[in-house]
Design a binder for this molecule. Structure first.
Ligand SMILES: Nc1ncnc2c1ncn2[C@@H]1O[C@H](COP(=O)(O)OP(=O)(O)OP(=O)(O)O)[C@@H](O)[C@H]1O
Ligand SMILES: [Mg+2]
Length: 462
């Protein structure tokens, strides 16, 4: 069992006989005790080292004990205060308790009374700190919850097979840093998790940090941690991401958004494998693998001096690029099937069939939000779908058709004609008269062309 740390107590009282007697008594009971006889001395001592508890005489020369109490509660919220009052001070005692004192003792008191009061405070502090630790950990997702996150990665295209191959290689080399690039929603975070959980470090932490979401003013303390009392609000020792990820994986999402100054510190931490907490002097050994992700072109950011070249070289030992969904249409069908059955189960609905036109229409869509967008589309469609077959009607595909943006123009007249017909039908809710009007042809002509391309309207699309 780890050695119990001594409770650190400051006694502020102008009666020096009393303080030295109390100090001696408390030291025998294994408390770490300091004394001060004036407010100035007291504040000086508080600045010098962190305390768990202050025993404060409410009647002091030069400054009201109540004012001292208010100030220390504000400056050192993690420290508790027991006040000592004289006879006839009841109003002051009530006010002090309202201002946040944890207990009071009236002079004269027996040593055993203060010992009991301190022990109660110690118990309270212990519970409070445990609570803070839990909160601390919860700000990151706990390892247990992390394990429950779905890591199914679907895809049959050669590009995705290559991604999975590289992820496997990365899993076999757990000290190699990895950079994952790809547009938003292509699955960079799942791939990072796959690497971690397939590696020998799977039982260590996977600590995911979004570099752009970290509060700028707390950045250093978030990454390096801090020691109690190192700045206002640092009421407890706190572990930073580097320490939490120790022996495991630090997943740095949106690495391109990391402030330039922090990039240098990150580089130093990676190279020296030691960190110092904010306000601390101890060197802490850390060793973790970094998986970084970005949807930016880092090279451009390096050119414009927004990203450090030396850090980039440290991070991209192995690079995995996930292409956008529109460049791998063969993945649409398996992804669609997977999401449909996933949401059928989740929403407790019967598994619908997927009509062929739906798959075709989706293949013609450019998916600026990539797989995340497809997933959301399927979820929405599954919520509102009351038929046995999912069709383009259940999907809002009015957005940007593929041909308008990223897909290279296909100069195949027949294919284009077929796509236009499908698109018009889709947009008009399969109303042939409206679709024909949209295409600028007669209804008969539309029907003829539909026959030619074998486009049929199924019952539940009518
Ligand atoms: N190949 C895939 N198979 C199954 N689900 C996928 C796949 N790719 C992405 N997803 C799903 O798409 C959503 C987005 O994935 P993820 O958060 O990993 O993307 P990202 O690339 O990190 O996006 P961003 O850049 O916006 O952070 C998640 O719900 C994920 O489960
Ligand atoms: Mg992400």
């Amino acid at each position: 069992m780890s050695k119990k740390t001594k409770l650190r107590v400051l006694i502020l009282d102008d009666e020096t006989d009393f303080t030295s007697e109390l100090k001696e008594f408390l030291e025998l009971r294994d408390f770490d005790v300091y004394t001060a006889s004036t407010p100035g001395e007291g504040f000086e001592s508080l600045r010098r080292r962190p305390y768990d508890l202050m025993i404060l005489d409410i009647r002091l020369p030069g400054m009201s004990g109540l004012d001292i109490l208010k100030q220390v509660r504000k400056l050192y919220p993690g420290m508790e205060v027991i006040i000592i009052s004289g006879h006839g001070d009841m109003d002051t005692v009530i006010q002090a308790m309202r201002d946040g004192a944890i207990d009071y003792l009236r002079k004269p008191f027996r040593h055993i009374d203060i010992q009991l009061s301190i022990e109660r405070t110690e118990k309270y502090l212990k519970l409070y700190r445990e609570f803070c630790e839990v909160q601390n950990r919860n700000s990151l997702i706990s390892t247990e919850l992390e394990r429950m996150i779905d890591r199914t990665f679907i895809g049959e295209s050669p590009a995705i097979c290559k991604v999975l191959d590289l992820a496997n290689t990365a899993a076999r080399y757990p000290s190699t840093n990895v950079l994952i690039t790809g547009e938003s929603g292509t699955g960079k975070e799942i791939v990072a998790r796959i690497i971690h959980y397939a590696s020998s470090q799977q039982h260590q932490a996977f600590c995911a940090v979004n570099s752009s979401a970290v509060n700028e003013s707390l950045l250093e303390s978030e990454f390096f941690g801090h020691v109690k009392g190192s700045f206002t609000g640092a009421i407890n020792d706190k572990k930073g991401y580097f320490e939490i990820a120790n022996k495991g994986t630090l997943f740095l999402d949106e690495i391109a958004d990391m402030p330039f100054a922090l990039q240098a510190k990150l580089l130093r931490a990676i190279e020296e494998k030691t960190i110092k907490k904010v306000g601390g002097s101890e060197e802490i050994q850390v060793d973790f693998r970094i998986i970084a992700a970005t949807n930016h072109e880092v090279e451009k950011l390096i050119d414009s001096r927004q990203f450090r070249l030396d850090l980039y070289h440290r991070l991209n030992t192995l690079t995995i690029h996930i292409p956008p969904l529109r460049e791998r249409p063969e993945d649409i069908e398996p992804l669609l099937q997977y999401f449909v059955s996933h949401f059928a189960q989740k929403l407790n609905k019967p598994l619908p069939k997927i009509n062929a036109q739906l798959t075709e229409s989706l293949k013609g869509y450019d998916f600026p939000g990539n797989v995340r967008e497809l997933r959301n589309m399927v979820e929405k469609a599954m919520i509102f779908c009351n038929t046995q077959t999912l069709s383009p009607l259940d999907f809002n595909l009015n957005g940007s058709p593929q041909s308008q943006t990223h897909k290279p123009i296909i100069l195949n007249l027949e294919e284009q004609e077929q796509n236009l017909i499908l698109q018009a039908l889709n947009e008009c809710g399969y109303n042939q008269v409206m679709a024909a009007r949209m295409l600028g042809i007669s209804r008969d002509s539309l029907i003829r062309r539909m026959k030619k391309f074998n486009i049929r309207i199924l019952k539940d699309q009518d």
